[in-house]
Ligand binder design. Structure first.
Ligand code: C2E
Ligand code: CA
Ligand code: CA
Ligand code: CA
Length: 279
């Protein structure tokens, strides 16, 4: 029995060691990827349910010749442990600005949102990673929306308020991502001057199932509350027509998800939109 336990412990240690090695390798590869410009940005269109207006979310993609396709869910946390997250973010901002320039017809009336990691909550970092780049490309800041995840703001609410205000002063829209998953969701609405919220996919994925009354009630409540507070409401992870119809009937302003479109390289967006609207 004793030996069994020891070997489990050893196994755990080996696992941790392997995880650590994987991280070190990924970090080194990411460093190279940034130097060799391997990162790209995909855009996921979001659809306004009332006006058919389309906006976009920029999502970073890494197709590594060594590691294959690496999900941002894997490499963003690794980047966040080092200063590599700064380079990743700057690269995303730069590519978004370049694409906005190159495809003016796509973005004439559209906004593009960029995800901001909470480890970058410093005014001078924001200036360096966002403002310097945006000014270099003469991008209008009102075309850019910043998404901040909820649990990140609450780790240090005072800093969070400062950063949200700083971003607003610079002319960006600011929305809360993954809304509803943290226990203190409602506090945000009170203390932060936000433009909108994105309801987390976990609330959306079941609303078209039988016995979904609870989920529908929660989503309905969030939408009503947001509207009372003059916040724009987006539902993320909308995959089916049933989900889309329910959200539209509940008055949700905007939907994002595979039902409307997957994240796409910029050059594929126009044909995807044509395809959707011609149905
Ligand atoms: P997120 O900000 O919540 O982004 C939404 C994620 O859901 C994206 O995954 C998107 O591809 C996926 N998604 C969209 N529609 C659907 C749907 O209908 N069903 C399902 N199952 N999934 C859907 P992705 O691109 O893998 O990104 C994962 C996370 O990585 C993002 O979650 C975000 O937290 C982070 N991330 C992505 N790009 C960046 C970036 O440029 N900077 C930072 N800091 N984080 C990023
Ligand atoms: Ca997001
Ligand atoms: Ca999200
Ligand atoms: Ca989410």
């Amino acid at each position: 029995k004793r030996e069994g336990r020891n070997s489990i412990r050893l196994f755990k240690k080996e696992n941790q060691l392997q995880e650590h090695i994987d991280e070190v390798i990924m970090e080194a590869e990411l460093h190279k990827a940034l130097e060799e410009d391997e990162l790209t940005v995909y855009y996921q269109p979001k659809l306004n349910t009332q006006t058919n207006e389309v906006h976009y979310e920029a999502l970073v993609r890494w197709f590594s010749p060594v590691l294959g396709t690496v999900s941002p869910l894997k490499f963003i946390p690794v980047a966040e442990k080092t200063t590599l997250i700064q380079d990743v973010t700057k690269t995303v901002v730069r590519k978004v600005c370049q694409d906005l320039k190159k495809y003016p017809e796509l973005c004439a009336s559209a906004r593009t949102s960029i995800n901001l990691s909470a480890v970058l909550f410093e005014a001078d970092l924001i200036n360096r990673l966002f403002i310097d780049v945006i000014e270099a490309y003469q991008t209008d800041p009102s075309k850019i929306e910043i998404e901040i995840t909820e649990n990140m703001l609450m780790k240090d609410p005072i800093k969070g308020i400062e950063i949200v205000n700083h971003l607003k002063e610079l002319g960006f829209r600011v929305v809360i991502d993954d809304f509803g998953v943290s226990y203190s969701s409602l506090n945000y609405l009170r203390n932060f001057s936000l433009d909108g919220i994105k309801i987390d996919r976990s609330f959306i994925s079941q609303i078209d199932q039988l016995d979904s009354e609870k989920d529908i009630s929660i989503v309905h409540f969030i939408i009503q509350l947001a509207k009372k507070l003059n916040l724009h409401v987006t539902a993320e992870g909308v995959e089916t027509k049933e989900q889309f119809d329910i959200l539209t009937s509940l008055g949700c302003h905007e939907i994002q998800g595979y039902y409307f479109s997957r994240p796409l390289p910029v050059e594929k967006i126009q044909s995807a939109l044509d395809h959707f609207f011609n149905y």
